[in-house]
Design a protein around this ligand. Structure first.
Ligand code: SF4
Ligand code: MG
Length: 331
């Protein structure tokens, strides 16, 4: 049971390696500087566990997180503080994650104080700068207000301002736009893209919504029951998915793009998701896979390069056969 995340900076490598987490098994992610990586899958697949473990909210049962070549487990309190500061999280519900009794100013000033980002005398100017950076202006007018005085989208902007306040290297956004109105979602996604570029961040964007992935992230990792079953460049995964589970997700998603629609020959996901605490042997997807063969129930498939992506499936060509047949039938 291990979780590996590699994050490259010009100064070194962030890698969270060999991190055993309940319900997460053998997950390895690579995050390049400036990259927006999507982590997708149904609820309960382990996405949030990974996020929470990386930012230190969930203790791994064993294993290591390696940051810039050093084991976080061996960090001094000061080094650990730096690490915590470097990896920030934005949650799904911006109301839940903001203290209703704290003003915008004290919410955003808190990480600035904790991590001593600016001298005391510059706190106010820095908070104003951060509010402007997330598109809340005139910032001065917002400083003394409380969370309930804002809309959902504005509250999420406040959460994002708080997350970038400590000048992190990585932002992990867990369903950060799921609770927002559709009309607001695009604005917040645009903000994430802008900040990722401007601040030279890398982001892991956790979502079950494939349209979010497509509009925002250049790479995607698809999770099923605690494992990554397919990963690669978003365009490639969306237009030529190799894993039956990815195909099923795409099939179920109302994505309008004709390129994607063409590749949406799949099947509807049926059957219950097995318990992550007691996953099926062999390929964990075999209980729901329409092209499963006897080998699938006993041998777990490893991720391997297939058609420009990496997929963990013994029989991806089995799917292409089905596809040929259905094309022939259509003709
Ligand atoms: Fe389906 Fe077998 Fe591939 Fe798993 S390994 S996705 S059960 S064909
Ligand atoms: Mg979740």
């Amino acid at each position: 049971h291990e979780l590996k995340v590699h994050y490259e900076t010009s100064g070194g490598l962030f890698s969270a390696g060999s991190l055993p987490v309940r319900a997460v098994d053998g997950v390895s992610l690579e995050l390049k500087r400036g990259e927006l990586l999507a982590l997708v899958g149904e609820s309960g697949c382990g996405k949030s566990t990974i996020a929470r473990t990386l930012v230190g909210l969930t203790e791994p049962t064993a294993g290591d997180i390696i940051y810039a070549g050093q084991n976080v487990g061996n960090f001094s309190p000061q080094e650990r503080q730096n690490f915590r500061r470097s990896v920030q999280m934005v949650f799904q519900d911006p109301f839940d994650s903001l203290n209703p009794r704290k003003t915008v100013f004290s919410t955003i000033a808190q990480p600035l104080r904790i991590h001593k980002i600016v001298p005391r005398a510059e706190l106010k100017a820095e908070v104003i700068r951060l509010l402007n950076a997330v598109g809340l202006s005139p910032a001065e007018a917002y400083l003394g207000r409380y969370p309930h005085q804002f809309s959902g989208g504005q509250r999420q902007r406040i959460c994002i301002a708080r997350a970038i306040a400590s000048r992190p290297k990585i932002i992990i956004a867990d369903e950060a736009v799921s609770a927002l109105d559709v009309s607001i979602r695009a604005q917040i996604l645009t903000l994430f893209r802008k900040l990722t570029q401007e601040l030279d961040l890398a982001s892991i964007f956790i979502t079950h919504d494939l349209s979010v992935v497509r509009s925002l992230c250049e790479s995607v990792a698809v999770m099923y029951l605690g494992q990554v079953v397919e990963r690669g460049p978003t365009e490639r995964v969306f237009t030529r998915p190799q894993h039956p589970y990815t195909r099923a997700l795409l099939q179920a998603s109302p994505i309008a793009d004709p390129d994607v629609a063409r590749s949406r020959r799949g099947f509807l996901l049926e059957g219950d998701v097995p318990s992550p605490a007691n996953p099926p042997a062999g390929c964990r997807f075999h209980t729901r896979c329409p092209i499963a063969q006897p080998k699938c129930a006993s041998e777990p498939p490893a991720l391997r390069s297939i058609e420009g992506v990496e997929a963990a499936c013994h029989f991806p060509e089995g799917w292409r056969q089905t596809e040929k047949v259905s094309r022939a039938e259509e003709a």
